[in-house]
Design a protein around this ligand. Structure first.
Ligand code: LLP
Length: 402
């Protein structure tokens, strides 16, 4: 059922994030089915869209949660994700975060350095309970994506190189308060080529075999996330081909296959609705100024990301190119560039597509703009899942100090 953007924008105002919950379910099922016949856990990478209702939706479908802060772990728990399906990753964890994660008895902590392993061991010892861990391997594979979201090369800060990881596993196996049960890699985001993932899976599977040979019982093989979506004309990795490559690499290893998908589960389910404020010309250049801005959707500014734009209900034939820009005081504040558009009028509605991942979660209060409201749509019914942020919400933590 097509979503009635006009009605939603009138009812809830703009800028407004709208998510198609049925499509989320469809995306999840494609991956779950691709791994059918295998022991598998599809985890949802909470950072892509951390709204509690979104997390709960995936939890109800059976997903686990991949978290990168204790805040995300708390969100996952609050949204009802089972604790044995929650993992806590990230290059820098504070002692307090480690303590809470261990106390909550989540599945495992994903480690990214020897120094971090020592901190986790200390905290686990103080609590008197062993920490289940996995180590993120940096396989030094080029994922061929935007440099800002590439993570699997030695030049990136992420993960541990193989020789060092082996030493860490041996240390952990002999340590009373560390229990190495998993292995992990994640080479980057918005990947459209399967070959680097298959290569990394092979490298990490070989390492897993050599660890098992010396008695280190790895039970979870976590291939990270990163499967890309189509923003413009990208070719896509099919869930089947993805699963096949991973199953092939891990043949004979008795492990649960895990992946931590963010964008592939939510990216194409989200829309940012924005209204035209007015148009202006500078020299020969045409600008359409809208009520959403880089504080609502940062991806164009930060990555030059290309989000498809549609202008609803305008059929004028006179079309010319325009930049769609927000009200923020930065030249980088744009949502789309050189879009062929008919002349727009005040309050015309523009839909920014594929904004379900890293849209709202990367939004800010820059220029004291409140964050947008969020709406879920399922089977033709909508419900609010986050209120629009008010001015009072924004100043709440400062007022007492005036
Ligand atoms: N696992 C780990 C360890 C990660 O670092 C990430 C994303 C994921 C899973 C989920 O990746 P996904 O399946 O969504 O590609 N803000 C950027 C994307 C940053 C991704 C960071 N890590 C963007 O808007 O494109």
């Amino acid at each position: 059922m097509p979503i009635d953007f006009q009605t939603l924008s009138k009812k809830y105002d703009t800028p407004l994030y709208v998510y198609d919950f049925d499509r989320m379910q469809g995306n999840y099922q494609l991956f779950k089915e691709a791994f059918s016949g295998e022991k598998s856990l599809i985890s949802y990478a909470v950072k892509a869209n951390s709204n509690l209702s979104v997390i709960r939706h995936f939890g109800e479908l059976g997903a686990g949660a991949d978290c990168v802060s204790i805040g995300e772990v708390r969100r996952a728990l609050s949204a009802g994700i089972e604790r044995y399906k929650i993992i806590f990753s990230g290059v820098g964890k504070q002692d307090e975060e480690i303590r809470e994660a261990l106390t909550e008895e989540i599945l495992m902590l994903n480690l990214e350095s020897e120094a971090e392993m020592k901190r986790v061991e200390m905290v686990a010892q103080a609590l008197g309970r062993p920490a289940r861990i996995s180590i993120r391997i940096n396989p030094n594979v080029d994922p061929k994506t935007h440099p800002y979201i590439s993570t699997g090369l030695h030049e990136n800060k992420f993960g541990v190189e193989i020789a060092r990881a082996k030493r860490m596993y041996i240390y952990a196996k002999n340590a009373e308060f560390l229990d190495p049960i998993g292995i992990h890699f994640h080479i980057g985001s918005q990947l459209t080529d399967l070959a680097p993932i298959a290569e990394a899976a092979q490298i990490v599977a070989d390492l897993t075999r050599s660890l098992k040979a010396i008695g280190i019982e790895i039970r979870f093989f976590d291939v990270g996330g990163g499967v890309g979506i189509r923003y413009a004309d990208e070719t896509l990795i099919s869930p089947q081909a993805y699963a096949e490559a991973i199953v092939k690499a891990t043949k004979g290893l008795d492990v649960t296959l895990m992946c931590e998908l963010g964008r592939a589960l939510v990216g194409n389910t989200g829309y940012l609705l924005t209204s035209v404020l007015y148009e202006k010309q500078n020299g020969g250049k045409r600008f359409v100024i809208v009520d959403a801005a880089m504080n609502d959707l940062l991806r164009p500014t930060l990555y030059n990301a290309d989000h498809r734009i549609t202008l609803l209900d305008r059929k004028d034939t006179e079309i010319s190119e325009a930049d769609i820009v927000g009200p923020i005081c930065e030249s980088g504040d744009w949502l789309a560039k050189a879009v062929p558009l008919p002349k727009t009028e005040h309050n015309d509605l523009i839909v920014v597509h594929d904004a379900g991942a890293y849209g709202f979660t990367m939004s800010s209060n820059y220029n004291t703009r409140g964050r947008a409201a969020e709406i879920a749509v399922s089977a033709g019914n909508e419900r609010m899942i986050r209120q629009r942020e008010s001015f009072e919400d924004q100043i709440r933590l400062e007022e007492a100090y005036l």
